[in-house]
Ligand binder design. Structure first.
Ligand code: AMP
Length: 208
């Protein structure tokens, strides 16, 4: 089993691109953020613990994340490889991942800090179909969202204070991984401050 990692700051567009890459490659998306939000919603022990960190814009402890991943990659859909979105985020997580699977490509979606806050504050999705919108850049149009009934959903941690903490965590704990993967020769930098289609095209060509 070999895998791809989507790497980048919060709000870089990893989730949006992950969906498109899944469609093109068939690799399942494993988003630790989505898994944690599901655990919070279900009120599990992991969810209750994770929520305090997520609300503060801090990283959830490595051992919690690594246990989630170890369990998830045992699912049958993971047997031919997966695409990680938002994992690994620390050196210990990357070390654990190296023991689990060979990473063939790390796709770094790069967006300057000053663009992140405006991208995150203002984003919302439809709870029904999952399509993502933005108050300014991509508002819900007269044609609706793709499902019968639009229900607006905003992430609790998509507010300015929490975004600044999340960016701090990214620079302190996650960005050092770039050197780690760059020295392995598998790190691909993609300019994420462009049209979504152009970014997807560059990612797909990096994966070839
Ligand atoms: P995301 O949806 O990837 O932006 O993640 C939302 C929040 O979940 C983050 O701000 C962290 O609190 C937590 N989280 C998600 N993935 C990880 C990870 N790999 N390591 C630690 N915390 C994570």
């Amino acid at each position: 089993m070999s895998s791809i990692v989507l790497f980048g700051p919060p709000g870089a567009g990893k989730g949006t691109q992950a969906e498109r890459i899944t469609q093109q490659t068939g690799l399942p998306q494993i988003s630790t953020g989505d898994m944690l939000r599901a655990a919070v919603k279900a009120g599990t022990e992991t969810g209750i613990l994770a929520k305090t960190y997520m609300d503060a814009g801090q990283l959830v402890p490595d051992e919690v994340i690594i246990d989630l991943i170890k369990e998830r990659i045992t699912h049958p859909d993971a047997k031919n490889g997966v695409m990680f979105d938002g994992f690994p985020r620390t050196i210990p997580q990357a070390e654990a991942l190296a023991d689990i699977t060979a990473v063939t490509h790390v796709i770094a979606i790069e967006v300057p800090d000053e663009r992140i806050v405006e991208r995150i504050c203002g984003r919302y999705s439809c709870a029904g179909c999952g399509n993502v919108f933005h108050d300014i850049f991509n508002p819900l149009g007269p044609d609706g969202c793709g499902c019968d009934r639009f229900v607006e959903k905003r992430r609790a941690d998509d507010n300015e204070d929490t975004v600044l903490s999340r960016l701090g965590a990214y620079h302190d704990q996650t960005s050092p991984l770039a050197d780690w993967y760059e020295s392995a020769g598998i790190f691909h930098r993609i300019n994420g401050d462009r049209a979504i289609d152009d970014i997807t095209a560059d990612i797909l060509s990096a994966l070839q």
